[in-house]
Design a protein around this ligand. Structure first.
Ligand SMILES: [Zn+2]
Length: 280
């Protein structure tokens, strides 16, 4: 869930929040999708918490994946130990493409390799972006990537006097969940934390513990600018579900035509098609 260039979103783009999350099409579909797993949306996170609702709106499509995959029972992993336990129980498998070895859940890996075969037979390439981090990541990876955006942004905005230096210093020391809430509050007033300070940090890196890469159901594709490669991924159940994270694909394992019934809505942006939670 990383976009090194960060040059790709309409300036200031954020995901609008509905007044009542429980009245949205996405909430209804998520409730249906989780029921066979013995889970409800309320098990994933505290829906009365604005930051949690925001994370569910940004990354929640993953929880609509086919029953064959394992889903986290929480929206945000709280520690490395939690992530390690989930990843062990989900029994990832490894593959190597062009010398890069990476890991995904079995169903996701099979679909990815099938997409790659299809791409190769059409004369295209389909390879991981930025090495092994294209697929499974650790909790520490998500912390490091988060900090790589927060630290420079706090320095930048303190320099611009949009955040008082003492306040910037206080924010830098907060625990990840407290820091997330404060960052989202600042972004509401246009103090953005992406790499070029033009858009939400959540469209650039995931919140610590919340990345789809931790669930091993995400893959960053180096050839994401090629529409034929994106279509090949979609035919194998891999869709772009995080708005404006251009190289990032999520394994849902369903057909594209079924996505609206799953509570997702099609959004065009930056020349690509995203399927994001329908918060109407
Ligand atoms: Zn990604």
């Amino acid at each position: 869930m990383r976009n090194k260039t960060d040059t790709t979103t309409p300036r200031g783009a954020t995901t609008a929040q509905p007044r009542d999350f429980r009245a949205t099409r996405f909430y209804a579909a998520l409730t249906r999708a989780l029921a066979p797993r013995g889970l409800s949306p309320e098990d994933l996170c505290d829906l009365d918490d604005a930051a949690a609702r925001r994370l569910l709106a940004e990354y929640g499509a993953m929880f609509l994946a086919v029953e064959g995959v394992r889903l986290p029972a929480v929206l945000v992993f709280a520690s490395e130990a939690e992530v390690e336990r989930f990843q062990r129980e989900a029994r990832p498998r490894a593959a190597t493409i062009k010398g890069v070895t990476f890991e995904l859940q079995g169903a996701a890996l099979d679909a990815l390799l099938a997409a790659r075969e299809e791409a190769l037979s059409a004369g295209l390439e389909l390879t991981p972006r930025d090495g092994a981090e294209a697929a499974r990541r650790t909790y520490a990876d998500t912390l490091r990537l988060w900090d790589s955006r927060v630290r420079p942004a706090l320095e930048h905005w303190a320099g611009e006097r949009r955040v008082e230096p003492a306040e910037a210093e206080r924010l830098q020391k907060l625990a990840p969940d407290e820091q997330l809430a404060e960052v989202l509050r600042l972004e509401e007033r246009g103090v953005f934390f992406s790499k070029d300070f033009s858009k939400s940090i959540l469209h650039s890196v995931a919140a610590p513990g919340a990345s789809q890469h931790l669930a091993m159901l995400a893959f960053d594709v180096a050839e994401f600018t090629d529409a034929r490669v994106r279509e090949t991924m979609a035919r194998r159940g891999w869709f772009q579900t995080v708005l404006s994270d251009l190289p990032h694909f999520t394994f849902l394992g369903v057909r594209e035509k079924d996505l609206p019934d799953l509570g997702l809505r099609r959004v065009a942006g930056c020349g690509q098609t995203f399927w994001v939670p329908d918060l109407e």
